[in-house]
Design a protein around this ligand. Structure first.
Ligand code: ASP
Length: 437
């Protein structure tokens, strides 16, 4: 086990977790045993990753921005980053719409199944509708107002406020660039060291990853609804998964065209982050690992990765927006509605904005889907239709979200002349090296 590369260890942990879950549901009380004795280890693992997120963003972004030494460089990189993020999201939504209009998964839902699903799950979806309602009430500039925290300690105390922490870190970094070097040096040195400590902590957490994902997947299996429902929603789920696979192919192509990195090298470099995204369903929880992989295994300079990735984890969700497009049209089809082209264009716009507003946590895409549905005039009750398969699809779309961020960070690094060709070492070799820089 010791010599295996990290992604294999995680994969083995995942497979064993699924098998273990299936075995345990067969026994009386097996589900409770997994919930009481196995699931907590998964929760601890996710918590430890989330624990690192805020200090990581603070440390690496402050260091990254202050290393730029020049504010115009920062705004140039910022503009490019946002533009590419929006472009990839629009492409994702368009792929989703193309597929759902071609495959028409909603037409395979019978009236009976529809009534059954809506009846069974309408209670469970209420919380998503409530959350979306509170977001809808705010004015058009609310997102901008929310960007600026009134109190940094308050902002840093909630992982949901990642954008506020990012704002503070960039602002602080700019301040650091503008003061004389004699004053800024000790502060920069402090954040340099702070950053190293955080990276080492991520290394340590990742040693537990195979066990963490085992626990997460075992719990997911014992808690998932019956297989019959998956069959009824099979075409819908397939459409989403097909779209997501196309997106992964698209990223591989982008990376190859823009940076020349071969597909297998790219996948090998990013796969531990992808597997973790799949197991945790949270791009925020995966962020520390995405940053480490992209920097150490894909050659993106920290100056770029520390800026592009935290922003991407919060605003760039291509998998989520693709899913929202497919889900919205699927629900319309299942309710026998015909969506004109104009309405579908509206879906592109709202799904793009909604994915920017979605938090990087499990199920966030569903909250924002409520807004997409409302904008397109599709019944909200339809949320109950897709609820049963949402978790597995959430896992898959999170993989795409994370891969998209990594891809864009490589493209930006290349364009800034900040992409090196690291001698791709595996994680375990790195782990024993004292200092990686
Ligand atoms: N779970 C997704 C993420 O964290 C968001 C979503 O689509 O629900 O990236």
């Amino acid at each position: 086990m010791k010599k295996l590369a990290l992604h294999w260890k995680i994969l083995i942990g995942m497979v064993l977790g699924v098998v273990f879950g299936f075995i345990m549901v067969r026994f009386d009380g097996g589900k409770e045993i997994v919930q009481d004795w196995v699931k907590p280890f998964g929760t601890i693992f996710i918590n430890s990753l989330k624990l690192i997120a805020v200090p990581l963003i603070l440390g690496s972004l402050i260091k990254g921005v202050s290393d730029l030494k020049d504010i115009s460089k920062l705004s140039k990189m910022g503009g490019k980053t946002i533009l590419i993020y929006i472009l990839t999201t629009v492409i994702a939504v368009s792929i989703g719409l193309l597929l759902v209009n071609t495959i028409k998964p909603g037409n395979s839902i019978t009236e009976k199944t529809r009534i059954e699903l809506v009846g069974n799950y309408s209670d469970s979806t209420q919380k998503y509708k409530d959350e979306a309602a509170s977001q809808k009430e705010s004015g058009p500039l609310q997102a901008l107002v929310d960007l600026v925290p009134q109190n940094i300690v308050g902002a840093a105390s909630e992982n949901k406020n990642m954008l506020q922490v990012i704002f503070f870190a960039i602002f602080f970094g700019i301040g650091l660039i503008l003061i004389p070097e004699s004053k800024s040096k000790p502060v920069k040195d402090f954040f340099d060291g702070f950053n190293e400590v955080i990276l080492k902590m991520i290394d340590l957490i990742m040693l537990a990853a195979p066990y963490g994902v085992f626990a997460l997947l075992a719990a997911l299996i014992v808690e998932s609804p019956s297989a019959d429902l998956f069959k009824a929603l099979g075409w819908y789920a397939l459409t989403v998964v097909l779209g997501l696979l196309l997106m992964i192919g698209f990223y591989i192509l982008l990376v190859f065209i823009f940076t020349g990195k071969k597909p297998n090298e790219f996948i090998k470099g990013i796969s531990p982050a992808q597997l973790l995204a799949f197991s945790t369903s949270s791009s925020a929880a995966t962020l520390p690992v995405t940053m480490e992989r992209v920097h150490e295994h894909l050659g993106v300079d920290e100056e770029v990765s520390s800026f592009v990735l935290p922003i991407g984890a919060t605003i760039n969700m291509d998998g989520t927006s693709l899913y929202q497009a497919v889900a919205a049209v699927f629900i319309a089809q299942a309710f026998g509605m015909d969506l004109p082209f104009g309405v579908q264009l509206g879906i592109v716009a709202t799904a793009t904005l909604a994915s920017i507003g979605s938090a990087a946590v499990p199920g966030a895409g569903m909250v924002m889907l409520v807004i997409v549905l409302a904008q397109a005039g599709i019944p909200e009750a339809g949320l109950a239709l897709i609820f049963a398969v949402d978790r597995p699809l959430d896992m898959c779309r999170t993989v795409v979200n994370v891969t998209g961020d990594a891809t864009v960070s490589m493209m930006i690094a290349k364009s800034e002349g900040k992409l090196s060709d690291p001698n791709v070492k595996n994680w375990d070799d790195n782990y024993n090296v004292e200092s990686k820089k």
